[in-house]
Design a binder for this molecule. Structure first.
Ligand SMILES: *Cc1c(COP(=O)(O)O)cnc(C)c1O
Length: 443
């Protein structure tokens, strides 16, 4: 039977079960949000605009942004130069397929990326999101060894407390506990896990910290394709800041045992930790590197997987001779144009002083939280401030408190943390840290 369904796309947005739903109600009833129950969601606030370090709610309130929309909006919202880049490109063309075609936005972006990337990075694979760039990095590592006749090197090793994304290969290298491996144990590829690095950034490095990793490399190198880690700061897996020596030693182990080093710089890249890339704290270069999040200055989704010439040659040697990956929206010109404009802003190097100023201010203000009973630890590196509590926080309560206080901070589990846009003012930053202190003093 042929269906003659007529679609009125407006109707569903207005009526559900005969009731008129406003935007908040419709959202709550029908739209998934990140890591949120669909049936019992936390409240969501509707945004009407954003500029600089401020988010404007539809209800009229203005919030100072402490999150950079998850590490991304480093130059602040509604930036004139990023806006101009988007406008200029959208009037030329928004997208063409990347198979067999190329364009100036992609070429410009990749030139800039390779210019600023750690030594040895020669090739760029443009991916649609951070998770996809991690999939690409892992696939590159596996294909590299398969093409060398070493298909036995097919496992990945990582440190606990890592976060590398939500797709299945990325999930397989996330922390097995907070990455919920037990839930997907019958489908996730079993990988190898070393204990998380324990020595703090500012402490004296303890040899005990690297021993378990050395032992795992020694025992398993014949099956290891790659070691993947977030350099210096483990983000969503615990906001842990660790000692650069751990990374240097991991680099040495990778060289010694023929294992590729994948640095996931998706959160740490583009100045956030005080260096352009996290791996610069250790003075090392990876074989494969992922960037994303701040790549477009927070404007749209784009990520990239960079690799050395050796990896590229290895991947493309023998059969099939090509890298087996190609997203539909690969190299999206609109995203590339904005990313290119964002890297141009980074190239002006204001970020160095901005991030250093944020770091020194956070180091002065945030430790006050240590006097609160609810607080276990305070950590600061670059434009990242973390307050860890003894017990998981009540996210809904804290979120309400923060919005009332005129700030946007989104805690998770035992972590109340900020990574504000680099352009935030000293006063605005104080409002963020004051709000954290007040919120946790009521616990
Ligand atoms: C956010 C993040 C990812 C995943 O990126 P998406 O764009 O959310 O897919 C991967 N690795 C790290 C370190 C991240 O912080």
């Amino acid at each position: 039977m042929r269906s003659n369904r007529v679609v009125n796309s407006d109707q569903f947005t207005t009526f559900t079960n005969g009731y008129i739903l406003n935007n908040t109600e419709f959202d709550k009833r029908h739209i998934w949000h990140p890591y949120t129950s669909a049936v019992n969601p936390l409240p969501c606030y509707e945004v009407a605009g954003a500029s600089g370090a401020k988010i404007h709610l539809a209800s009229g309130e203005t919030l100072i942004d402490g999150m950079s929309s998850w590490w991304a909006a480093i130059h602040g919202y509604n930036h004139p130069e990023l806006n101009a880049a988007a406008h200029e490109q959208v009037d030329k063309f928004s997208h063409v397929m990347f198979g067999g075609l190329t364009h100036e936005p992609a070429v410009n972006l990749c030139r800039q990326l390779l210019n600023m990337a750690p030594a040895g990075m020669e090739r760029v694979f443009l991916a649609d999101s951070g998770s996809v760039s991690v999939e690409v990095a892992l696939k590159m590592a596996l294909q590299y060894w398969a093409c060398q006749g070493r298909a036995d090197k097919h496992k990945v090793i990582t440190s606990r407390n890592g976060y590398h994304g939500d797709t299945f290969a990325a999930m397989s290298v996330c922390d097995p506990v907070n990455g919920m491996h037990s839930l997907f144990s019958n489908v996730l590829t079993p990988q190898l896990f070393a204990p998380a690095p324990q020595t703090r950034y500012e402490q004296t490095f303890s040899e005990d910290d690297i021993l378990p990793l050395e032992e795992l490399f020694e025992a398993h190198h014949n099956e290891l394709a790659a070691f993947i880690i977030e350099p210096i700061v483990q983000g969503a897996g615990g906001m842990r800041i660790y000692h650069p020596e751990y990374l240097r030693r991991a680099r040495q182990l990778c060289d010694q045992y023929d294992v590729l080093l994948i640095c996931d710089e998706i959160a740490t890249g583009f100045g956030r930790t005080g260096n352009l890339f996290g791996c610069e704290h250790a003075g090392i270069s990876p074989d494969i590197m992922c960037v994303g999040k701040a790549l477009t200055g927070g404007y749209m989704t784009l990520a990239a997987t960079l690799c050395t010439e050796d990896v590229a040659l290895g991947v493309c040697q023998g059969q099939p001779g090509v890298f087996m990956h190609g997203p539909t929206y690969m190299g999206n010109p609109l995203a590339c144009a904005v990313a290119s404009a964002s890297l141009t802003l980074i190239g002006q190097n204001h970020w160095q002083k901005q991030v250093a100023d944020i770091e020194s201010q956070l180091k002065q203000t945030l430790p006050a939280c240590l006097s609160l009973a609810a607080v276990k630890d305070v950590r600061v590196l670059g434009a990242i401030g973390v307050v860890e509590t003894h017990h998981p926080v009540d996210v809904a309560r804290l979120q309400r408190h923060f919005v009332k206080a005129g700030v946007w901070i989104r805690p998770f589990n035992k972590l109340v943390y900020i990574m504000p846009p680099y352009i935030i003012s000293g006063d605005e930053l104080n409002q963020l840290t004051d709000a954290i202190y007040m919120a946790l003093s009521k616990n």
